[in-house]
Ligand binder design. Sequence first.
Ligand code: ATP
Length: 296
Amino acid sequence: STFIGASFGGIAELYAQIQKAVGATERVFELLDEKPEKINATQNHSVEKIKGNVTFKNVQFSYPSRPEIQVLKGVSFSANFGQKIAIVGPSGAGKSTISALLLRFYDIDGGQILIDDKNIYDYDLENLRGNLSIVPQDVILFGGTIRENIAYGKPNATDEEIFLAAQQANALDFVNGFPEKFETLVGERGIKLSGGQRQRIAIARALLKNPSILILDEATSSLDSESEKLVQEALETLMEGRTSIIIAHRLATIRNADQILVLSDGTITEQGTHDQLLSIEKGLYKNLSTLQFSGN
Ligand code: ATP
């Protein structure tokens, strides 16, 4: 097929060709999406692709174990598909709770969460989660090979797909540095990877899953600057073309977000772009960015 013919021109050429081939395959799948019986023949389970518009309408929530404390007190925001939404705010404000609700770990007490104008509780759960990926602060890999850890979100992935995902996630160099490459064992009984390497494995996993919505819980602890750069670059690639909800700790991520939500004690107190929020005199964002983000 197309990319086998590209034996000249080196890895960049090959990469471009693979991308083209993958793009074509995706378009074929989009067409097939209308005929679910066919998609079952090529995938383990059919995931109906969502676009990724996310709306919170006056969402109220308390954890079932602590009903007396209202964690979200009427949160409203809207993210159009493809947008980057950063959520910032003090510890305990409810940032991670928003991502837990999107993943439908809990039922809300009031308001609505809509994805593509459909209530999230009306989705088939497997289908909903099939369209979502999360890259957590501290990535824990399961015991197994690097290949298995990357392929987790798409068990029937081909070698080429795994290779491409690792490459786009800036993980290929360190993976190839191990004698057993993709067959290297990680986790408790295997090789110990650095925080940045584990994050890049998680990014490769998410790239392979190709979700419409990405939840990114940025690490607070800083990586060394080389690893930081590689992770940041990989994240930019991952965020392209999907709705990203970022629990943000880094100025770099926040600065180019389409919208920043400032969450404080369960309420959105400020909302806008970086420049808009900086112009609010005595605003919480302005305050946070001088205190928390200085030196980053
Ligand atoms: P941080 O920046 O420190 O991660 P956050 O803004 O993400 O904080 P959340 O983790 O969403 O805050 O927590 C919001 C509130 O809900 C806090 O008061 C917290 O103690 C409480 N909370 C979080 N998880 C649970 C849980 N599983 N059960 C009960 N209460 C919880």
